[in-house]
Design a protein around this ligand. Sequence first.
Ligand code: G3P
Ligand code: CA
Length: 229
Amino acid sequence: MPPEVVAHRGASTRRPEHTLAAYELALAQGADGLECDVRLTRDGHLVCVHDRTIDRTSGGTGAVGAMTLDELRRHDFGSWHGGEPAGVLTLEALLGLAADHGARLFVETKHPVRQGGRVERRLAEELGRHRVDVVMMSFSVFAVHRFKELRPEVPTVLLYDRLWPRAKPRFADFAGPGVHLLRRHPDRGEGVYAWTVDDPADIALCMRRGVRFIATNNPAETRERVAAN
Ligand code: G3P
Ligand code: CA
């Protein structure tokens, strides 16, 4: 079975990451799934922002967790990348888009340890209101475990960056190595979510290994390469 193409932060090479424009383009380019990072605002809303602060991806400055959703809405998250002005994207809005298109949504919770599980609890609540095929992901074994206890029916990915142990905990349905780790372990690939796969040689490697999901910043090109194989 060919791997599913997952748009990492949307079609983030061509559009500002984590904006509706980036996700809409990814879907138009044939992405099967969408990846996003989520953080909690001061007043408890989940928003799609990768970094701890909004400095890199908006015209503003400051930590996401120190701002309310209304305060975040005053900033432009599109122009920094040469895109149209765009408001901060809520998880709620992205769930709506994924539901409308029948796309799978891969939600990565950021800094769960510092938040003491609040991000996972909020995510578990929010998912209850939508009919979307969601996969929860984290680099934190505690976060994945905690989330699985709350929503056992939702598939999970335990992400790996430096080391990729062979034994995956039972509460993680998939292993999520960086593609650099996949290169180092020639016997692995089946049932894997690999990130971030933009290089044609890495796309070919993922296909040879039977990787299940490929997260890419270039869904159009990755889609074409997967189809051509
Ligand atoms: O899809 C997993 C990948 O997004 C993890 O790294 O830093 O891009 O969130 P990062
Ligand atoms: Ca991510």
